[in-house]
Design a protein around this ligand. Sequence first.
Ligand SMILES: Cc1cc2nc3c(=O)[nH]c(=O)nc-3n(C[C@H](O)[C@H](O)[C@H](O)COP(=O)(O)O)c2cc1C
Length: 340
Amino acid sequence: MLNLLYPAARALLFRLDAERAHHFSMAGLRASKNLGILQALTAKPESKPISFAGLTFPNPVGLAAGLDKEANTIDALGLLGFGHIEVGTLTPKPQEGNEAPRLFRLPQHKALINRMGFNNPGIDQGLANARSSSSFNGIVGINIGKNKITPNERANEDYAIAFEKAYPWADYITANFSSPNTPGLRDLQSEEAAGKLLETLKKRQQSLHRKTGRYVPFALKVAPDLDEKQIDGLSKIFRNGGLDFLIATNTTLDRATVENHPNAREAGGLSGAPLTSHSTEVIARFSAGLGKDVPIIGAGGIFSADDALAKKAAGASLVQIYTGFVYQGPALIHDIIRAW
Ligand SMILES: Cc1cc2nc3c(=O)[nH]c(=O)nc-3n(C[C@H](O)[C@H](O)[C@H](O)COP(=O)(O)O)c2cc1C
């Protein structure tokens, strides 16, 4: 039913400023869930469990990080059919992010450009919000990052703080070191810096595993703007360093396919259809380097079941959606699950 209503809702939402439309939709989802309306409008998705890294995902479609930055809409989003929901990015301290406007639509390209800059309530509040969700039965990932004011030399301290706090509650943790909107963050993807981040988090994971008796897997999330040499170098580091799984990809800085659009000059990460084939190529290259040791969650410009199946063919064990979900609505989740 919601699938039928979505095109009309989208037409109204797209008349609002993009960030306002986002807050309005999230509040609407929470309110309609609290009133019991959302439950009546949605159907349970098919069960198609997928297991890796000690986790069983109920189906192959997850919500990519950055939509539920405050981790306060998990139950309502879960009703739409997602098998997993990645909340955040959450940083050790709360931060406001960049000045608005910072989110732009490029409808002709089925794309978004954002330079949100990790606006979030901080890891403590984010986890408190996440803990108050009660009805979602899928997997919840906590996506963590560093505060803008923390220099790159001390970035690993921020990741370690957020990792320790998220560990007792998360089903998995993602360290996001590939957002283009925190100055210098993507430099952490150099082989040396990535190796150190992986080693830092692996040590924390081992000691927390010993202490709590619970193993929480973690992922790193990479940018699509890596050349083949960088991908091959990172694959080696990830495999040898015992990374549990990889999320590929984040948004791109490339504007080649959208350069005539008035919003193309806006600074930030481009997501959606212009990213579809490139992120699939990046997944394929990582998959060749990582083999079966490090599974991949594929993201980037998925607008149809075929787009998702192309990611699967490239080596993704499951997928996440964001921009395609904004443009197509919840029907996309069910379409992918059916076709998987
Ligand atoms: C508005 C917006 C905010 C985002 N914020 C985050 C974030 O906080 N952390 C993160 O890891 N990825 C973030 N992303 C990236 C998405 O999770 C995803 O990796 C990327 O958009 C590619 O998928 P898509 O083409 O389906 O949107 C954001 C994307 C958008 C559009």
